[in-house]
Design a protein around this ligand. Structure first.
Ligand SMILES: [Zn+2]
Length: 323
């Protein structure tokens, strides 16, 4: 069910035109989407009871044997107990529009000094630590995390959980609320289209096509697949139409969005978050039907020494499945 939505171009270098084909209509898409949406969530229930080894970070090493325990049976020695805790959302994107949010309160009567950590489940290693002194008991407090490590760089994809400790390392006894500290799934990219869509021409396509075409209704939201800085915002009548090039944060790669409906995307130099709306699907430039043409360029980037990446389709489908 491939369709050709362009007559062939590459920004700056027009390649041969082709008269073949006309885009297919949007059918059979709904079934695909239903399958994609069903994959999330199954793994999280078992995560809650999975023990993780302590160690790794120096911050976590002082707490003794109970350091990693999700069940809390051995955490009592710290004298610290959570009254409540809640983590949301369950899925966050690196530098995304929604940060992981942890709301907690501690039991007891007196304020305490605390250390809150975000811990990678598989290794028990803390990737970030927040110090909070004189934390009032029986009051809700909030920690937010954008998926970054101490240096602001990327933390690897996977499952993470918030932990509360005493500065010396002793882990807090969990709250009696069984929902407790649920894990968060951190994802590096988000699928750049919201709504129904289908895959049209991919890389090459017999016409030097440098990206993947994804058909969707004109006006569908286009979001940043990866946070970063807008490197170019332009218009190319015979090719890309309204387009955006975003220099992906901590990837060195450029992410390119073409045929956008209007000019009004974020300006050059603007920083955008993963999942932030950057435009809407259109058919500007060399385009015969509504679709997003998406490219990924290897470092150092778009027409700057990098290459358009053939893996764009595989990547998009992976992001599609988890977004
Ligand atoms: Zn295309």
């Amino acid at each position: 069910m491939k369709a050709r939505a362009e007559t062939g171009y590459a920004a700056g270098t027009r390649s041969r035109a082709s008269g073949r084909g006309r885009p297919a209509t949007l059918i059979a898409v709904a079934a695909t989407i239903a399958i994609l949406c069903a994959t999330v969530g199954a793994a999280s229930a078992q995560e809650a009871s999975k023990p993780s080894s302590s160690g790794g970070s120096t911050a976590a090493s002082g707490g003794g044997s109970g350091a990693g325990g999700g069940s809390g049976s051995s955490a009592g020695s710290s004298g610290l107990r959570l009254k409540s805790e809640r983590t949301s959302p369950r899925k966050v994107f690196f530098n995304g529009t929604r940060k992981a949010t942890y709301r907690y309160s501690i039991a007891g009567r007196r304020p305490k000094d605390l250390k809150i950590q975000i811990v990678r489940r598989s290794s028990g290693r803390a990737v970030r630590t927040w110090r909070r002194d004189n934390v009032e008991p029986r009051t809700k407090h909030t920690i937010r995390w954008a998926g970054t490590n101490r240096q602001g760089g990327e933390t690897s994809k996977g499952r993470y959980v918030f932990r509360v400790r005493k500065p010396g390392g002793g882990a807090a006894k969990p709250s009696r609320n069984k929902k407790g500290a649920r894990s968060i799934r951190l994802l590096p990219h988000k699928f750049p289209l919201r709504g129904r869509h289908q895959y049209w021409d991919g890389f090459g396509a017999g016409r030097h096509h440098m990206g993947q075409d994804v058909g969707a209704r004109c006006g569908s939201k286009v979001v940043a697949a990866r946070s970063g800085k807008v490197q170019w915002r332009g218009y190319q009548a015979g090719g890309a139409g309204y387009y955006l090039v975003i220099d992906g944060k901590a990837t060195g790669k450029d992410y390119v969005y073409m045929h956008l409906r209007r000019k009004n995307g974020p300006k050059k130099g603007t920083r955008v978050r993963t999942g932030q709306r950057i435009g809407r699907v259109g058919m500007t430039g060399n385009s015969t039907d509504c679709h997003l043409h998406f490219e990924i360029w290897s470092p150092p980037g778009w027409y700057d020494g990098g290459n358009a990446m053939r893996s764009v389709t595989r990547k998009l489908k992976r992001w599609d499945a988890w977004s």
